[in-house]
Design a protein around this ligand. Structure first.
Ligand code: 5AD
Ligand code: SF4
Length: 455
């Protein structure tokens, strides 16, 4: 019902324009935000706005924000400074949405220090964007942020970024309250989409020619479908597997504490689920993990990895690690290095702990000095890079099936794709290979990417 109303607003906005209108969107943060931005683009394009890559050409500038770490705020303020110039010159509409707008102190700061912002919307009101924009076009300033969990809305228009790979959000919110993390406060409690809706979306994607799906959620393995019978993440994986046309299934992110045997079995039985599993470690120290409220120990994490390695031949892992959590000692940090050495991650996303207002960890008194955090970060980075360089060697001379995604960002004459283990591969070839999966022989390694030739 609510979406129907929004479709009416879409018509109203559309009818206001006699000449082409343009939008610019900047997405910060994770893939869930990217998927939300795809919905914003979908709604804007239904309103007949056209996308531009340069703020200066836009009639509306949309910032879809993230607040997971402090540097996201600095980035937004910088961008708002740039946007102001266009507001002054030609009255460009400025809209800010996303996680940061779910933080009351940030909304206060924006309204007080950046009064030229026209529209502030939150994560729970994203689907109301057409209605809010209609009001802004009537020269109102709008603040539309809900601090209660939004419902799950189906049918929001969507404009996907890619033609072969699609992001599919399966659940919203998080119940875990890891003590460093702001997400449960800005995205609310876990709400899963119905399995019928998810499967219908993926079937339609397959019909449109999509081959690769990434199932998204803050904690995908606590997915709970609807109905009388228990329907969890493993059931969903098995049902997505059956959809013809879909060749590859990724998911992001699971929580180690919820990685149950039925999910491991579903992956083991699958021909489509990726053989690189993102398994956020956060810290290798049992004491730090306890203070982070992660609910697993160093040993339990390592046992889970071993169990999966035994059951799923060829499986590899990527992870997230936070350095400098309050109270982290040299020994705790050594434990993190130890896990990295043992698991040999294919990829590690490394973060320096960032204090987030309202979280438990922000109130802890034993914060680690910035200098120590940075030194530890450098040590971790060195270890990870040496492991990656070593790991890359195993690809040389192998033939990998690569879905060619597009032109390389850094070199227009080269194409780019990824291995099954998510390694970037650069290759020479004609543009008509884009969208095709082809065998590629890996000939050299360059730390963050591999080079290949048609085999
Ligand atoms: N500081 C640093 N990193 C954080 N992450 C989440 N919260 C923080 C924080 N306060 C990291 C975690 C998470 C990833 C998405 O971001 O590693 O898995
Ligand atoms: Fe944040 Fe933990 Fe939830 Fe992930 S599982 S979103 S780190 S609270």
């Amino acid at each position: 019902m609510k979406i129907k109303e929004q479709l009416n607003y879409i018509e109203q906005v559309k009818n206001k324009f006699t000449k082409p209108h343009y939008y610019y969107i900047l997405t910060m943060g994770c893939q869930l935000n990217e998927n939300d931005s795809e919905k914003l683009c979908g709604m804007l394009e239904k309103m007949e706005y056209q996308k531009v890559e340069n703020m200066k050409e836009a009639d509306i500038i949309v910032f879809n924000t993230c607040c997971i770490r402090e540097n996201a705020e600095e980035k937004l303020f910088g961008k708002l400074g740039e946007a102001k110039e266009f507001k002054m010159k030609k009255g460009t509409i400025i809209a800010i949405g996303g996680c940061m707008m779910q933080e009351p102190h940030m909304v206060k700061k924006i309204t007080e220090s950046y009064p030229y912002v026209d529209l502030i919307f939150g994560t729970h009101t994203l689907h109301k964007f057409p209605e809010d924009l209609e009001k802004v076009l009537e020269k109102n300033k709008i603040q539309d942020v809900l601090d209660i969990d939004g419902e799950v809305y189906e049918g929001v228009p969507i404009k996907r970024q890619d033609k072969k790979k699609a992001l599919v959000t399966i659940m919203y919110g998080c119940n875990n309250f890891c003590s460093y993390c702001i997400v449960p406060y800005v995205r609310g409690r876990e709400r899963s989409r119905k399995q019928e809706d998810i499967l219908k979306e993926i079937e339609n994607l397959a019909k449109e020619g999509y081959e690769e799906i990434t199932l998204l959620g803050q904690n995908v393995n606590s997915y709970q479908g609807s109905g009388e019978e228990k329907y969890g993440f493993s059931h969903l994986l098995r049902d997505v597997e059956k959809i013809e046309g879909i060749q590859k299934i990724n998911f992001m992110s699971p929580h180690p504490k919820d990685f149950t045997d039925d999910v491991i079995e579903a992956i083991a039985d699958s021909k489509k689920v990726t053989r690189i599993i993102h398994l956020p470690l956060q810290s290798g120290s049992t004491e730090v993990l306890k203070n982070m409220n992660r609910k697993y120990t160093k040993e339990q994490y390592l046992t889970l990895v071993e169990k999966m390695q035994k059951r799923i031949p060829g499986i590899v892992f990527s992870t997230d690690i936070i350095v400098g959590f309050p109270g982290e000692t040299e020994q705790d940090f050594e434990d993190t290095l130890d896990v990295v050495k043992k698991v040999h991650f294919e990829q590690v996303f490394m973060f320096i702990y960032s204090r987030r207002k309202g979280t438990m960890a922000d109130k802890m008194e034993n914060q680690v000095l910035e200098e120590i955090k940075h030194k530890r970060f450098e040590r971790l980075k060195q270890l990870v890079e040496s492991q990656i360089a070593e790991n890359n060697q195993k690809y040389i001379g192998t033939v990998q099936n690569i879905l060619v995604e597009g032109k390389s960002k850094n070199n227009d004459h080269m194409l780019t794709g990824r291995t099954d283990t998510n390694k970037v591969v650069i290759l020479e070839g004609e543009e008509d290979l884009i969208g095709k999966t082809i065998p590629i022989k890996i000939v050299s390694e360059h730390m963050w990417y591999l080079k290949g030739v048609k085999s």
